[in-house]
Design a protein. Sequence first.
Length: 80
Amino acid sequence: MSSVLTIRVPEAVQDDLESLAEMTGRSRSWLAMEAIKEYLEGEQWQASQIHVGLVDADAEDFASTEEVAAVFDKWASRAD
């Protein structure tokens, strides 16, 4: 099932959307839906990771100095 969502966008955004739709053979609606879905997936992932971090912080579940140093050493050795 789908529903209608109406949004206002600057003319430049609409022009870009129309141009991309013509180049790809997709509808403006399809492109907008895909862009919104991709944005939501990223934001939901980030928000969930922040939530996990806050729960860990509230539980005072932090990496030790040694664990942090090991990670820095691992990445520093790869940079050489």
